[in-house]
Write a protein that binds this ligand. Sequence first.
Ligand code: SF4
Length: 428
Amino acid sequence: MKKDNLIGLEFFIEKYAGSLNREAIIKEDILRQGISFDKINEKGNFSSKSYFIFSFNIDNDDDIINQRYPEEVAVMNGPYNLKRTVISVRINKSSPYKIKFDQLSEEYRLYLDDSFIGDVAFSPERSYMLKKTDSGKSVRDVAPTIEWGYLIYLAVFRMCQYFENDDECAFCDMNSNYVNQRKSNKGYSAVKSVEDIVSALSVIESSDDSEAGAYTLTGGSIIDDIKFKGDTEIDFYVKFLEAIEERFRGRWISKVVVQAHTPKNLKRLKDAGAHIYHTNFEVWDKNLFEKICPGKSKFIGRDEWIKRIADSASIFGECGVIPNFVAGVELSKPFGFDNVDDAINSTAEGLEFFMSKKIIPRYTTWCPEKTSRLGKFGNSPAPLEYYVKLLIKWHELHYKYNLPIPEGYGAAGAGKAEFSVSAFMDAF
Ligand code: SF4
């Protein structure tokens, strides 16, 4: 007999069969609820979770942190004849999605409760991940790759200053993730040096098995009035960009994720080599932005934040600005909407505002980490209905404004997409 989780999933697959591929729907359902593992061979040849910026785990107990898990899995075949679908691994011990090792075939398989969903492959280990920088640091810690090796993730400042007065974004666990990771990995650094980044990139560049096409340079916020060792946020990132682009210009698409800055500051980023500017508006609704993003509200303000995103198109060009939002927090307790349609209508207003200006927002499927403030409120994931409606609305508006596939996200479409933290690229 089919269990409720499977009945719910198949309801959406059948209802939206004409407008959404099943890979995108299943991927969103897995991302929102996370995955549990029945048994895992820790010595297996796979690329393990690097905890590149946030934990992206619903559970973060010591037994989870001390265990090796794959960064991503690809799910394929099975009763839905799935094309290969790349999904970020988010550990949730009580998720209905479980990966089990099949003794007969000696392969991993994904189940929803007791129902087989598909065969599983783990993200492959790359030779460069096991190498060291000139200063002896692990390349995996300094410059991990995600999205099946497509994106080099350079989180160079893994402590956000918004946490200092409890002004952090309510969905964010950056600082507690850093503290947790330090317990088991003394090489997990809060601040990376320009020299280590350049050295790690040299290792990646010269590796035969690198398929990286882009890098993201990012970190927690540096507040202009506080600074970090005398540097403003722009001073800090420009040093990295200049060093990377001087050595590797044109080798990878450069993407920078920082706060919303004035055109004068953005010009400095652009001149230093930034190609795509990501500044994240996180949640569109005014009231929710103030409640969920108190640091952004306090130090910059929502109206100014949005104005700066819009203005940044004049520096980075149409489609060179890609702001992120955390899809699903609109429905979080205690401040969020109490129904899916109000949440979608609100977010659709923001999507249309940006897309009408040729700015293409993208999203990360919310992972309610228990170590974030929203996690401590006891939040559960947003429902699958929300993610299905969001995918449809996003693509409807993207089509309406005749926009291109966003640059720097690898391939698009079912069976091809590598972007692993939401399904908007799978749904093309
Ligand atoms: S700006 Fe918000 S989401 Fe980004 S690191 Fe700081 S608290 Fe986290």
